[in-house]
Design a protein around this ligand. Structure first.
Ligand code: GAR
Length: 206
């Protein structure tokens, strides 16, 4: 059984998808702790499932590195075998990345390497993209540059807003994240910084 520490900043719908999956005894991973960098509404999902939570705020530390060290210490204490950034809207310090990567993954609402950063959906719309998608990848020391584990495409609809498109991306993202974590837990997917596995499935998606 793979134990997960999940990092969030917001509503936590990806976290909720993992919690729901982990409620099935046949799912090979369990969430042992959820960490946030702020009072994220998504922490309520963890609390409802009886999973311990902690808020580790960057503003409580003298530097980003010190924040990363405190976060890393908290995660180590849980014994988690995989760290999942599921909507953490912060760049993790290099020391943190070195401590956990490649057993440190992120989900991102675009087809990386396109549209990295905090506004991926907005950037895709601004670029006039006809398709975008979601990427689950290993976190390295760059911003959304780590080896891609899984991707799925989402077609952009004419005239849709950032929030409409993001919601449709999330409908694809949640099961992709759940499936990717399952495959890591079973060993079907190997985490290696050197030899990423690329899997892209064709759209259309709902
Ligand atoms: C997700 O779409 C995730 O990919 C994105 O934030 C959303 C969180 O949704 N992360 C990033 O944009 C990171 N650059 P959620 O809180 O409902 O899971």
């Amino acid at each position: 059984m793979l134990s997960l520490a999940v990092l969030i900043s917001g509503g936590g719908s990806n976290l909720k998808a993992l919690l729901d999956a982990a409620a099935d005894p046949d799912y090979p991973a369990r969430i042992v702790a959820v960490f946030a960098d702020t009072d994220a509404p998504g922490l309520a999902h963890a609390a409802a499932a009886g999973v311990p939570t902690a808020v580790v705020r960057p503003s409580d530390f003298p530097s980003r590195d010190a924040w990363g060290e405190a976060l890393a210490e908290g995660i180590r204490a849980t014994g988690a075998g995989l760290v999942v950034s599921a909507g953490l809207m912060r760049i993790l310090p290099a020391g943190f990345v070195r401590a956990f990567s490649p057993r440190l993954i992120n989900t991102h609402p675009a087809l990386l390497p396109l549209y990295p950063g905090a506004h991926a959906v907005r950037d895709a719309l601004a670029a006039g993209a006809v398709e975008t998608g979601v990427t689950v990848h290993i976190i390295d020391e760059g911003v959304d540059t780590g080896p891609v584990l899984r991707q799925e495409r989402v077609a952009v609809r004419a005239g849709e807003s950032e929030s409409e498109l993001h919601e449709r991306i999330k409908r694809v993202e949640r099961p992709l994240l759940v499936d990717t974590v399952r495959d890591i837990a079973t060993g079907a997917l190997t985490l290696s910084a050197a030899e990423p596995e690329h899997t892209t499935t064709p759209y259309p998606h709902p």
